[in-house]
Write a protein that binds this ligand. Sequence first.
Ligand SMILES: Nc1nc2c(ncn2[C@@H]2O[C@H](COP(=O)(O)OP(=O)(O)OP(=O)(O)O)[C@@H](O)[C@H]2O)c(=O)[nH]1
Length: 348
Amino acid sequence: MNRHSVVPPSARATNALDAAHPGEMGTASLTADEYALFAEFATPRRVTAGERLFHRGDHGATMFVVAQGTVDLDFGDDLTAKSLGPGEFFGELALLIGDHARSAGAVMAEAGVLLVLQQAEFESLVERNPRMLAQFLRRTIMRVVLNEQSLIRRLRLRNEELQSALDHLHATTHQLNQTEELIRTDDLTGLYNRRGLTLHLQESRAIGMPASLGLLLVDCDRFKQVNDEHGHLAGDRVLQSVANILRSVAGPDDIPCRLGGDEFCLLITADQPEKVMRYADFIVSTTQGLLQVPQSPPHVCPVSVGACLIDPASDWNAWYAQADAALYRAKRLGGNRVEWQDGDPAHG
Ligand SMILES: Nc1nc2c(ncn2[C@@H]2O[C@H](COP(=O)(O)OP(=O)(O)OP(=O)(O)O)[C@@H](O)[C@H]2O)c(=O)[nH]1
């Protein structure tokens, strides 16, 4: 027993690889001879379970060897935590470098005895057995290097995991965007559906509505008859044709939409009734023109249009009521025509 009377550890066979096994923070065991040498010069310290020796980041200059008990090292973040038992050492970089920020926090998991080595004691130890100390330092350096490599490997792995999480997130975002697009779109015609229009209006209000808008409400005339006489598929094709006419007249900032059934609308940027009427006339005259070339089943049907200028500050219900009143008049007058909001004879 040495002058400090500590219990010797069960000596471990220690070589450089044993001291730093790849993939984990290297173990740090003294050989039996080293332990005996360290014990001769170190100061033993009794420690209780739960006692904190230092926090991560604390500056220190002492090294510890576990004589009895267990100490837990916590490297913080999600790095591996480690438990050290008798014969294992820690804090050696603080001793070798001096005033070194601890890379781990240390807490006693079990009560025991630690051998504490300060700079002066370490120097005495070097003088006593330089050869053994050189071997110890070689192992220590090797352990630091292997730990570093292990850390780099883990960081690379973490990087790859993060990259794959990011890719996954991109894919999910893309899917969500596609799903949102689908939710906004009418299956049959590819135009916005009513929900798409509502969302578009919400977004437009958030970023600022155009100063002036026109609305066309477009409804197929006697469309039920197409279904009844030629079947639902023929009816579908007619609806697609009407949608295509709206799409072809719409500018990049205009919103053609299928409100449901055989009812469509076209929201346009316009500050003059003439512009709104040009759009409306184009729609009605295009269907009329196509009907000049009769097909069976028909590829289009006549439409009625209610047209108006609307106040961007008021809501959709107000706009719809305005355009619907005009559309109602167009229907009552026999359809296949445009009616202006207030029945202005110039546009009637
Ligand atoms: N083919 C087809 N028919 C539809 C679709 N959605 C609604 N319909 C039909 O559209 C028809 C609309 O009938 P109505 O509202 O009476 O319209 P209409 O026959 O044009 O009558 P008016 O507007 O008064 O001229 C109904 O028969 C619905 O079943 C669809 O997606 N495809």
